[in-house]
Each structure stands twice: as structure tokens, then as C-alpha cells.
Design a protein around this ligand. Sequence first.
Ligand code: PMP
Length: 400
Amino acid sequence: MASNTTSADLFAKCAAFDQVEHAKAMGYYPYFKPVASAEETEVSIDGRPVLMLGSNNYLGLTTHPKVKEAAQAAIERFGSSSCGSRFLNGTLEIHLELEERLARFLNKESALVFSTGFQTNLGAISSLVGKGEFIISDKWNHACIIDGARLSYGTMKRFRHNDPDDLERVLSSCPEGVGKLIVVDGLFSMEGDLAPLPEIVELAERYGARTLVDDAHAVGVMGPNGRGTPEHFGVEDDIDLVMGTFSKSFASLGGVIAGDEYVISYIQHNARTMIFSASMPPAAVASVLASLEIMETEPERREHLWANTRKMMHGLQELGFDTGKSETPVIPIVVGEMFTALGMWRSLLDHGVYVNVVIPPAVPPGREMLRTSYMATHTDEQLDHVLSTFEEVGERLGII
Ligand code: PMP
């Protein structure tokens, strides 16, 4: 449609947006790659088998027979969709069953599920933090925490990544006697490092702040029972709110926030992403229920994930790669320069290994990296093959 000749065309920026075409022409466009198979340790990309080192399917449950059976049975019973918001017609009995099970699993009074992890943080943070109140956020927190803060009427202040001294500086700069919420990723999704929760809860108590831990990547992975970073650090009772997603270890889609009953009830009745968006579809809910059951009854999966993690951390470091401060199944290979990172990504894919390439703004300039992540179901042979491919490509590109 023609635009009014007296004003600039809104779409002019879209017409001028040519980076994608340039990157594609150079063979360096790493995004939106279609996968033609289940998200497993090996997938099909461009008609070829490729080892998957970029999935958040940490426990390898996406194709577990019990998960698939539960999803199919839920479709048989409830159909394909709830066709509405939890607030109105869209609460199914299995949503409530899932909330009860998750509250018990996470050792909290109450839990509330949303349709995505992103919506969980967006809704919870924006509903909780009002005018004159503060969100105090680690600088490397996930985008949905930042967006939740922006959507709220409160003020966001940021502290240096994983730096309790800087957190204290920020806390002491807030006025006394106003509500404050400290929000951190428990396990940082790009660097694979952990938030220092014991120091954070100590500061929260001293400054009268509440705490929210986004444990998207840690539930199912961290802690003796997979309850996440609060369990890992032994501070479960001191963290006010734990948030998780179902798109990772739970092999589904959706999110949860758990805490005291009165707080969860407040979020339930005020979060716009809960009230004005349709609820998790039945198959997704049933997949989470089945995955939770497996997490509780098959701890050997988590043990295998950690054995794979140790093998890869050790193997990559031996080869001379910089794995940053990771201590988890998310292992970055920090390259520090965009075209080197893109070149390595391309070369690895040509050799049949898929990794995620991460460049600014997702990471600060200088932290350009390949993000690798591991599953309980990767085999030793697969990981040995990955290590020898990394060695060959890393040497050729002069990274090691
Ligand atoms: N929090 C963190 C730390 C994440 O990494 C992600 C997604 N990668 C989310 C929240 C959002 O979760 P979802 O993809 O389930 O919406």
C-alpha cells in the first residue's frame, strides 16, 4: 500500500535491513535452521545427520516413551487445546495436578504454571513490582527478566554479573522502606556459570529485599534431587520465588513460578500474561507431568548428564579451549571475535556438529562464543567424535 508522501514510511527501516541477506550470501547465517527430526542427540539438518550440541533437552526426555504416551493420552482425553485463558474456561484439571506436583517438587507452598517460561517472568515480575519499588537485576539476566522489569511500573537497577559487592552497592542506593526484588538466573544460559545464591540471600535479608531465581536451565539438572540451584546451594527456604521453564529438562513448553501461597495467588490474579493468554495445551501439561515422574524415579539420567558434562569440560579444556566460568552442562567456547565464532560454527556444521553461535547483543562484545550444551543421552562415541572435530576445526582456525 502506498504511504502518505508527506511522512516517512514506517517500513523504510525494513527495506534497509540487509544484514541477513549479506550474512546468507557469505554462508554465515546461523539462525532459524530447520531441523527435520526429533530434537535428539542426533538430528537431521539439510538432509544430513548432525550431532546436536545446542539443545536444552538436558535429560533427553523429548522422545522418552512415557512422555510421548502421556502426551498422546492427554490429547485423547482433552483434545488438542484448552482454547482459553486459565482465568476463564482454560483451566483443566491437569493444570491443577501439575501445579500441586511442582509445588511439592520445588518445596514451596504453591506453584502456578504459564504457557511459556518467557511469559512466566514477564507476568510475575510486572505484577509484583509496582510504582516506587525496585527490581535489582544481574546484568547478564535473561531477556524475559529485563522485559518483565520494563513492563512493570517499578524501577530497574542492574548490578555487575555475579558480583555481590556490586549488588550491595545497588541495594544500599535504593531508598529504605520500599519494596525490592532481587532477580537472578540461577544458571546463566550462555556462560553456564551459577549465581552466588548464599551471598545473595544474605544481602537480601540484610536489606529487606525479596528474591526470585530464574532456574530455567537448572531444574532437573542442579541439586541432589534436581530441584535446581537453591537445592544445590542449600538455600531453598531462603529463596522467595523459584521460576522454571518446561522447554528444557521437562521436554515440553511452559513455565512455572513457585513460592508462598499468598504471593502466588496475587500473581495468579494480576499477571497479564496469565489472564490474557491461553493456557498450556493438554499434551504439553501431560509431558511435564511424565517428565517430572521420570526426574524423580530415574536419578541415573542426571548422573549420566553430569558424567557427560565432566568428560566434555575436561576434554575441551585439555584441547586448550576457553570454557569461561562454566561449571554445568552449558559449556561455552569463548572465541571473543564475531567472524571467528561464525567461521567455527560454519565449519563445525560442515563436519556434522551443530552448536549455537552467540554474538552481541546476546553477549557483551568480546564474549562472542559457541554455546555447547549436553544431554544425558549423548553417548561416549558421539562425544569423542565431537572432541576430535573440535580439535581439527579449532586448530585450523587458529583458536587452539
Ligand atoms: N529464562 C531463561 C534463563 C531462559 O534461558 C529462557 C529461554 N531460553 C527463558 C527464561 C524463557 O523460557 P521459554 O523458552 O520456555 O519461554
